[in-house]
Design a protein around this ligand. Structure first.
Ligand code: FES
Length: 153
């Protein structure tokens, strides 16, 4: 099937990307827009490494077709900091050592942002459940939880 020009709103900017209808948002971001902060883990909706926000709601970008999110506001890890100032969730992950190898971290942070903004971070259990779709092979879960809970408090 032929490629078409897609117009995407990403981190407050309008970007045009040429892509076939089957191209995922994850691949469009990483391979065609040079936004490689969003990670590819499983590519099947099971690890959360590819988490981004669409109109403020978290989605797995590996399960989302780029063509379907035209006209929506896409936020990736690159869009969180304001200039030199980290987003509070990024600062909290640093403070609490919410990572080891760091591969899952962008997805964890995006999920954490949605956890707080959607009101799922009121208790440890609630937060743990919301974050359970984001796997961390290093097992940094306790520190990740501490970071998200601090931002929520
Ligand atoms: Fe999308 Fe694993 S890469 S959930």
């Amino acid at each position: 099937e032929g490629a078409t020009d897609l117009t995407l709103r990403i981190n407050g900017q309008t970007r045009t990307v040429r892509a076939e209808p089957r191209v995922t948002l994850l691949d469009a971001l990483r391979e065609r827009l040079d936004l490689t902060g969003t990670k590819k883990g499983c590519d099947h909706g099971q690890c959360g490494a590819c988490t981004v926000l669409i109109d403020g709601q978290r989605v797995n970008s590996c399960l989302t077709l780029a063509v379907m999110v035209q006209g929506k506001e896409i936020t990736t890890i690159e869009g969180l900091a304001q200039g030199d100032e980290l987003h509070p969730m990024q600062a909290a992950f640093l403070k609490h050592d919410g990572f080891q190898c760091g591969y899952c971290t962008p997805g964890q942070i995006m999920s954490g942002v949605a956890c707080v903004s959607e009101g799922h971070a009121k208790t440890d259990d609630q937060c743990r459940e919301w974050m359970s779709g984001n796997l961390c092979r290093c097992g940094a879960y306790a520190n990740i939880l501490a970071a998200v809970r601090e931002v929520a408090s």
